[in-house]
Write a protein that binds this ligand. Sequence first.
Ligand code: ARG
Length: 463
Amino acid sequence: MTDKKSNAMWGGRFAAGPDAIMEAINASIGFDQRLAKQDIEGSRAHAAMLAYQGILSDNDAAEIRKGLLTVLSEIETGSFEFSTALEDIHMNVEARLKEIVGEAAGRLHTARSRNDQVATDFKLWVRDQIDAAIEGIAELQKALLGQAEAGADWVMPGFTHLQTAQPVTWGHHMLAYVEMLGRDASRFKDARARMNESPLGAAALAGTSFPIDRHMTAEALGFDRPAANSLDAVSDRDFALEFLSCASICALHLSRFAEELVIWSSAQFRFVALSDRFSTGSSIMPQKKNPDAAELIRAKIGRIFGANVALMTVMKGLPLAYSKDMQEDKEQVFDAADNLMLALAAMTGMVRDMTAQRDSLEAASASGFSTATDLADWLVRSLDMPFRDAHHVTGAIVKCAEDKGCDLSDLSLADMTGICPKITGDVFDVLGVHNSVASRTSYGGTAPEQVRNQIKRWKDALE
Ligand code: ARG
């Protein structure tokens, strides 16, 4: 019946096969073979439901379900031969199933379409990636907590405008990233809860006249419920867009931290030593140890955010319901997911392996008059000076230290009383960086006791 050269799936309507260029632009098998496992899982659930509803004989369903497992193992062991002529993963699997089980294979596609099939497969795939991302984030948070715990009371400069601002603790700085990553994980969880509705059974766009049970397939595939509108179900790619948005924000956080690691590992800063395992050397400059992993993580946001923009752009003009444009969703998401997971794993390895340089951190923390705010606060507290006046007096004292080329704590009491006669020797208590950080005990502040409380909270949460 069907002309060999025309398509086995729709050859009834077509006299000739496609032009080679048409085949090249049309085929997605080159990339959507990554959906094989999800495609087979979806088909097995569909076949079981069809049989349960009396739409398919138990015998056919059993053959189909068994045959699909054979196809899966062929794909997993690499013996499966993918065909571009068969366009995508759905038709490749079905064609092979026909070779294995014969006629029954032709009944599998009853009451469904590739439109609900691909939406289902892709959703299942994205859902797995969300779970993997949440896990990867937790691993990185644990590595950061390890660093925070080791250096809960180590002092380092805190920056604004990348200028020394006030001393902070190493643990506090590490915990800032734990917080960011916590929001990333929570965003992924929100997206997962929202996307977890099954498109299967929406068929081409309008639903089907067969007495299917969409609740049954939804449950079998781990969805919370079937999607409530068949037009929306087949044309929705919000789940992919949300994944890319969550991934973009997470990658952005990784990039900010990577930037800090690049700066911190430089000879000028020496705040951290990266391990050999996560650095590279130079072919010409023997002294160099380069933070390549950090730089690449910093760059990953580019392609991940690019994928987000690309898919937004693909989707923005599409009328309901399915359009072939939507086939362009997968490569973007695959690439973004691969690179996010890689960046998370690389960052986790780097953080686990890196050594904070406690002495350099402490030495840097005192430079740049980092305790000037402590001095101003002391004037307010001890001399009852209005903060604006205290700011002015402190500015004059900083100027004096600058002229003398020393830190605030190196000034003599006479230097200070020369500017403000009421200052007493007690002032030196607040000019040391350890006293400075210890005094910042407000909730979420940098004091070691606050840092330890937050470490405990996060450790409990991640258990
Ligand atoms: N390969 C297609 C995709 O990835 C599958 C759906 C095709 N549906 C259709 N009506 N042509 O989107």
